[in-house]
Design a protein around this ligand. Structure first.
Ligand code: 0O2
Length: 213
């Protein structure tokens, strides 16, 4: 087995396990007949090419080593999407209360958005992975954001590939104005939250009523 494959093994296992656990939270809200603060969850192990770029950027040695894992804390990345801004705090608190991971740092890019317009709540965690060689503690980053924040971030991320972060002034301004529009959309949705949630409960009940099984 290659050195990288061996190094990334626990990260892959952490992402797989955390996806199941975080998706499980959504299911549990469903069973409890409560609106879930979690809309959907995704996860990925940082691709080797991105690890290489980040290592280069940070002046780190691109080698599968413990120190690389400690410096790049988002090799294991989880993303939780919420419908409403208030759900983000609910989800963050649920994560703080968990016994199977330890939150070591939080970054609130919602109150203090990045100059690009990026908004999200980041939680850096320590997570123990059981392996045949014993427990390996890996770092991971959980990003919690609304659907609108996610829409903006994925568009900006793809544009970043094209422009390598060096956006023409016009694109930069348009991205900033799109970030403001996403912010307004979140505000609007929050203000009609109870209406939306009543409709969603009604919709779910009706759908269940027509379920032939
Ligand atoms: P990818 O492809 O998502 O893995 P650092 O990681 O230390 O260089 P920073 O800002 O100190 O940078 O760390 P932070 O705040 O944890 O942000 C890292 C991740 O947040 C990024 O990972 C992105 O996923 C996301 N992010 C941060 N800022 C922006 C932004 O302006 N636009 C978008 N679309 N995403 C952002 P990577 O490794 O950069 O990318």
């Amino acid at each position: 087995m290659g050195q990288w494959e061996m190094f990334l093994g626990p990260y892959k296992q952490a992402v797989d396990e955390l996806k199941v656990k975080l998706k499980g939270m959504r299911t549990q809200f469903g069973v409890a007949n409560t609106n879930s603060p979690i809309e959907f969850v995704t996860g990925r192990v940082k691709p080797l090419a991105s690890i290489y770029e980040k290592a280069l950027e940070k002046g780190l040695v691109f080698q599968p080593s413990q120190s690389l894992g400690e410096e790049l804390q988002d090799i294991a990345g989880l993303r939780i999407m919420c419908q409403f801004v208030d759900d983000i705090a609910t989800v963050a608190e649920l994560i703080r209360q968990r016994q199977d991971m330890r939150v070591i740092e939080e970054r609130d890019y919602i109150t203090h958005n990045k100059p690009s317009g990026y908004r999200s709540h980041h939680m850096l965690i320590e997570y123990p992975v059981e392996t045949i060689h014993g427990v390996v503690i890996v770092y991971g980053e959980i990003q919690i954001r609304t659907l609108a924040m996610n829409f903006w971030a994925s568009i900006e991320h793809s544009l970043n590939y094209k422009y390598k972060g060096d956006f023409p002034e016009e694109i930069k301004l348009r991205l900033q104005s799109a970030a403001e529009a996403a912010f307004k959309l979140d505000e609007e949705m929050s203000s009609i939250r109870s209406e939306i949630q009543e409709a969603q409960v009604y919709f779910t009940e009706n759908k269940e009523g027509h379920n032939p099984s």
